[in-house]
Ligand binder design. Structure first.
Ligand SMILES: Cc1cc2nc3c(=O)[nH]c(=O)nc-3n(C[C@H](O)[C@H](O)[C@H](O)COP(=O)(O)O)c2cc1C
Length: 207
């Protein structure tokens, strides 16, 4: 996993300022996927990882609609909610999904301001587990939430969070030309000093 390859181009290796777990360093968002199904036990492991994320009041607000390519009807439904630009590449992934978060707490019906936060944490956990197993999750904000509600029959108390394309990354050369440059571009990040403050916002914590 740590070695550069045609599915993990060296350019995607992060320029870290501290050593990281390999699965964190090697998680990225590919658009090219191998035409290779994700076995059921692998899929189970990934969602089991999501299941163990932390959440406010242990609400576990996350839910996932998932379709494998073998389920042509389900796959088409999930593909149809994506923005056209995302459809162009995501149709090549073996698994499509949509995450959603419950908007209120089950125990008192109060608004859960952290429902989407915790759903994101569950998806991040899934993504890292996936990277550790040679798969990648590419999340997408580019989808039609209203259409998702209709097509996937999402109850009103849930908020669609992010769509995702999941599978084994493939060579950039398999992508339509418009996506190839991005697939082989570096993964820029803000410096730590820009995101990490001491007790005064904007004042960098020295690490
Ligand atoms: C919530 C969310 C929404 C995103 N939406 C899209 C999208 O609609 N289309 C797309 O191609 N990539 C999308 N991305 C992928 C980001 O562009 C990508 O994570 C970012 O550029 C960092 O690259 P990396 O994940 O390879 O480190 C999204 C990522 C997240 C987490």
């Amino acid at each position: 996993m740590s070695e550069a390859s045609d599915v993990f181009p060296a350019i995607k290796a992060p320029d870290t300022t501290a050593p990281l777990l390999e699965a964190i360093a090697h998680r990225w968002s590919p658009r090219a996927f191998l035409d290779k199904a994700v076995p059921a036990d692998v899929l189970k492991t990934l969602f089991e990882a999501a299941r163990w994320a932390a959440s406010c009041f242990n609400e576990q607000p996350w839910r996932y609609c998932v379709a494998l390519k073998a389920d042509a009807e389900g796959f088409e439904k999930l593909l149809s909610i994506l923005a056209p630009k995302n459809q162009e590449w995501a149709k090549g992934a073996p698994v499509l999904l949509l995450s959603m978060g419950r908007k209120t707490f089950t125990h008192n019906n109060a608004v859960n301001r952290h429902g989407l936060h915790d759903t994101g944490a569950a998806s991040a956990t899934l993504a890292i587990q996936a990277a550790s197993m040679g798969l990648q999750l590419h999340q997408m904000a580019g989808f039609d939430a209203d259409k998702a509600r209709l097509v996937l029959k999402i109850p009103a108390e849930f908020e669609p969070a992010a769509a995702g394309a999941l599978g084994y990354p493939g060579p950039a050369s398999t992508l339509p030309e418009t996506f190839q440059k991005g697939e082989l571009a570096p993964r820029p990040r803000k410096p730590l000093g820009e995101i990490l403050f001491n007790a005064a916002f904007g004042s960098a914590l020295k690490v």
